[in-house]
Design a protein around this ligand. Sequence first.
Ligand code: SAH
Length: 537
Amino acid sequence: MTNEKGKLLVVGFGPGSEEQMTYRAKEAILESDSIIGYKTYIDLIKPLLTDQDIVRTGMTEEVSRAQEAVKQAEQGKTVAVISSGDAGLYGMAGLVYEVLIEKGWKEDEGVEVEIIPGVSAINSCASLLGAPVMHDACTISLSDHLTPWDLIVKRVEAAAQADFVIALYNPKSGKRTRQIEETQRILMKYRDKETPVGLVKSAYRERQNIVMTDLEHMLDHEIGMLTTVVIGNNSTFYYDGKMITPRGYQRKYTLGEEKQKLKPAQRLRSEAEPWAMHGGKEETVKAAESINVKGLAEEALSKLGTTYSENKQVSEDSISFKQTEIFEFAVSPGTANKKISSKQLLQLTEVIGEDGEVEYTPSHYFKVSLETDRAQEIVKELKEAGWLVSPVGNVIHVKACDFCDGEKRDSIPYAEELQEALGGMVVPKVMNIGFNGCGMACYGAITDDIGIIYRRGAFDVFLGAKTTGRNAHVAQPVAEGMEVDKLIPLITAVVDEYKEKGLPNERFHKFFKRVQEIQGFKYQEMPVPVIVDNPCE
Ligand code: SAH
């Protein structure tokens, strides 16, 4: 045994090809006296082999590989222990340290250790798929040879729920075939079956193979020991054969235009980021007051029952994403009333002016958008003239019928109470509550997120319609003949549960499907999807 201290180089050589190896990894392999690694890996780095001693071992012999490496380094050799990808991720780095620790190794006195980072499969595979990682992501190994399966299930469940992009390592082998099936089942509880899934086999190696599929069909393709499975998050999409996860730029920028609505100085202001921890308020309140257009808009909004601080979960379509000087709101003739007087129309025309915009929406209201410094006064004037004014964005809209022109008026007070209690309330995603005054339900309450029908002195309640897409469906009947006094507390409790547990931008029907039960009402799988032409999507 020589007295001179040896060196342990723990090298991650990347996905496989020399081009994807780091400079330091190559250098380390070239400067080592001996190389220790799994047979296949030694073959992959063959072009870099000169006169190094080679120790090849089988796949399950990592411990003896690490022990041998430590032994040789203690004899004074420079030893490279090689791992594919990054040695610190399901590789040899940790094990080498553990073997050293067993021997009482200390950095000062013991052999020198250098861990050399490499391009891990999550990165190499992502690059071949497009840009699917981009945002918060995690890796999960489905190998239960060293990790209890229960723990793996917990991690899959947590990652799926938290909307991480997930790279599944060691997804399947000759013997381990059920793990990936069970994983798919768990993921389907939380994500759409159309969620993009990329399967990359042997990235940057000779037999490289890339498959772009979705959660529902991922198991129809070959998955093996050399595959990494990349599961998209809720916003991942395919475009022209590329799998892409947006980072969120579209919240602030119009990517197709050179000129941005928000000027550079405005982009980091709190009020431009209502989804942030500060809730769009705090330190910039003063700034907002000094500009004052925004201050006024904010005050006006708060009078309508929503504030920027509550507005944490709004999205692109919300007022807060628009340029600060633009004031947007919803206006309709009333909860039950569908008639607009010419005087009201004239007043609205005056408010909108020449440059404002007005749009009639499918949710029974005009959406008005205008540049103004009189937001607060406008709301006041419109309300005085009998208009119902509410915020827009991810809020609740109560859509009542006309109660046969007021003839079937028994349930109108409940509709109004509902509007009073919940109208304009901020929720994870825009939500329509349909309220129809008789069993005919001709205003289509059952096609809304929550449908309420007044029938023979009692209420029927429906939850979770999906109004768009090829698998559109009506809401599920959950209560029939409910006593009238129970309505408002029940709907409020349903909405509260959605507010509390819904994910940002998660539509109510998706939420219902994910949690499977709301206020004791069980979700039922929709039988046969109605296939419709869907040119708007
Ligand atoms: N340390 C390695 C991971 C080793 S675990 C790294 O950081 O990449 C082995 C798993 O890694 C395989 O089952 C596969 O899921 C993934 N993997 C490694 N190299 C790969 C490659 N070239 N292409 C696709 N997946 C790969």
